[in-house]
Design a protein around this ligand. Structure first.
Ligand code: PLP
Length: 331
């Protein structure tokens, strides 16, 4: 597998499907059919009643298969579902679904040497035909998988630009993984790509004064060996971010802060990086604010970012011991 950006859909043999009908989930089963058959009036198509998750399975250095913190994805899916009037998918079913999909597509998990992973995408959507704006009563959940490498080109630092539009409202849905948060960003990301940027950096939607996150990843900064994570109620609570905070504080014994970060102050920061399951930890080279460029590095990863990334990867691949409960082994 090459080390360039490599995060795209391709059909793997098996996915797990379960339906919520008459107020309860069924047994669930593996299927070889990647297509979904929906009524033309299905709630998800018109009113975007869809939430999703993303997690990875890795091959460890000694050949085991492990999932990284799937219980956290299960918890976040639950909070997404609550906010979107969707049914809770029970924890045991969630873990069993992950396990079944990983096992069934086992031969597509990149080896330790290749450095990739199997990305598992759980997705739940409202299937009930609706005309008026109201919630579906029937839902489907699918867990499919793809083999992936890097989300961004591994040999480059990311280039961000400050967005002119908002991804979330102050009391909206920015804190959950709901499809609607991404629908609004599609023309914006297309425009960013056309102009040579990897991602949009969103500022807080109320004052446009504080840094929030990018379209698909959280952001953090380093200043004098201190790791600074922006706080906001409208950013997606990233599991990679929580893990990075823990690694910085408990394993590397660095000082950390989680607080509101003004856009103005980032000019003084030493390093900047994105974090998320897909992007892992990706160094940010520059942030462009309408032609004014804040430059963190020129295609080299900063020393603290590098240390955080190495520690995270070493945990995920069983090279150093994982904090309790972080690796869910699939036998
Ligand atoms: C998924 C996602 C993240 C990263 O969350 P992880 O749990 O680390 O994968 C960050 N921001 C947004 C907007 C996301 O959709």
């Amino acid at each position: 597998m090459n080390t360039k950006a490599n995060f795209s859909y391709h059909k793997l043999p098996y996915r797990y499907i379960n339906s919520f009908v008459d107020g309860k989930w069924g047994e669930g089963e593996l299927s070889e059919d990647e297509r979904i058959i929906l009524n033309e009036s299905a709630c998800v198509l018109h009113y975007c009643q869809v939430v999703f998750e993303g997690l990875k399975a890795f091959k460890t250095i000694d050949g085991r298969i492990v999932c990284f913190r799937p219980d956290m994805n299960k918890k976040r899916l639950e909070s997404s579902c609550k906010q979107m009037n969707m049914p809770i998918f029970p924890k045991e079913k969630f873990l069993a679904a992950v396990e079944q999909v990983v096992k069934a597509n086992k031969e597509y998990i990149p080896s330790f040497e290749e450095g990739g992973s199997l990305y598992i995408r759980p997705i739940m959507y409202g299937t009930t035909p609706t005309m008026g704006v109201k919630s579906a009563k029937e839902f489907e959940i699918r867990f499919f998988a793809v083999s992936v490498g890097n989300y961004f080109d591994a040999n480059k630092t990311a280039r961000l630009r400050v967005s002119d539009v908002d991804r979330a409202a102050p009391k909206g849905t920015g804190n959950i993984k709901a499809g609607l948060n991404y629908a609004m960003s599609l023309s914006n990301i297309t425009d960013a790509h056309n102009k040579g940027f990897n991602e949009n950096l969103y500022l807080d939607p109320k004052e446009r004064k504080y840094v929030e996150e990018t379209g698909g990843a959280n952001i953090f900064f380093i200043k004098d060996n201190k790791v600074i994570f922006p706080y906001s109620e409208s950013i997606l609570p990233s599991i990679t971010k929580m893990s990075t905070m823990y690694i910085a504080k408990e394993i590397l014994h660095l000082e950390i802060e989680e607080r509101k970060v003004t856009f103005q102050e980032i000019e003084n920061f030493d390093e900047c990086a994105l974090c998320g399951t897909a992007s892992t930890i990706t160094p940010v080279g520059l942030i462009d604010d309408h032609g004014h460029q804040i430059i963190f590095s020129n295609d080299v990863i900063g020393p603290i970012t590098s240390l955080l990334l190495k520690t995270l990867k070493d945990i995920q691949h069983g090279i150093i011991p994982a904090p309790k409960g972080w690796l869910y082994e699939i036998k």
